[in-house]
Design a protein. Sequence first.
Length: 313
Amino acid sequence: MKISKNAVQQVRRERSKRKIKDNTSLYLLLAPATILLILFAYVPMYGLLMAFKNYSPALGVWGSPWVGLMWFQQYFNSYQFWPTILNTLKIALYSIAFGFTLPIGLALICNQIRVQAFKKFFQVTTYLPHFISTMVMCGMVLLFFSPSTGMISNFLNIFHIKMPDIIGNPNAFASLYVWSDVWQHVGWNSIIYLAALSAIDPTYYEAATMDGATRFQQMLKIDLPLLVPTMMIMLILTVGQLLNIGFEKVLLLQNPLNLPGSEIISTYVYKVGLQSFQYSYSTAINLFQTIINLVVLVTVNFISRRLTKTGLF
């Protein structure tokens, strides 16, 4: 017996209505978060029109004259284009190289600790720095590495050793930023890998032990291969924010001496947008940054899908 297309559509509509009715409480629970997401993530996208206009607060977004891609061309031709791009990429890739890989290693080490009391102590001590605020962290960095009044400088003075000016050195800024960030977040970022390791079937380890595999061999042959899906998801999320370096931390650690190595896209947008009141110009730069992040995210996700069958979408 052949069922008509209209009958099939009617059945699907009735089924959808039944699902909505059965899950009304869940939809109501989801509603506040959805409303906040729309209000603070999608409604402000209306302001992206400023990137294509010569925005004036007196005229408003719609009333301001249309200039097309003028602001993008101005940024591409400006003397700050390549320095901000290169500094941002340098810090971002440096952060990915160590900020992404070290939490995996820490999780593997922590997973091999058999004494529970020591394991908990180890986890707590590595998690705690994550809860230090950005401003306090930058204050600690300045307190330790100041060449004149820093703790390390005062300690080296005892042995008549002069402390190099790490904070004022533009070539050292990336290392200062990345390694302080690694110390602060490496323990916290390892949590998701520890959760993935705890879900591994213990029979794999039992079989490996029966075959004479050492702990290191178990890490290489069991832990790492089974962590690959989680690692790829985290890598995609990390790379998708490639150009979004921590703005607050960079700004707080900046000074006139290290500016050639610390001026990134985010801080440049802040200065030309809020300090120089070039709203359209800063919006265009920020939109360019967002487009690059989107392209990188889609590309890495595609490559991950092809190589590991794992991806966000």
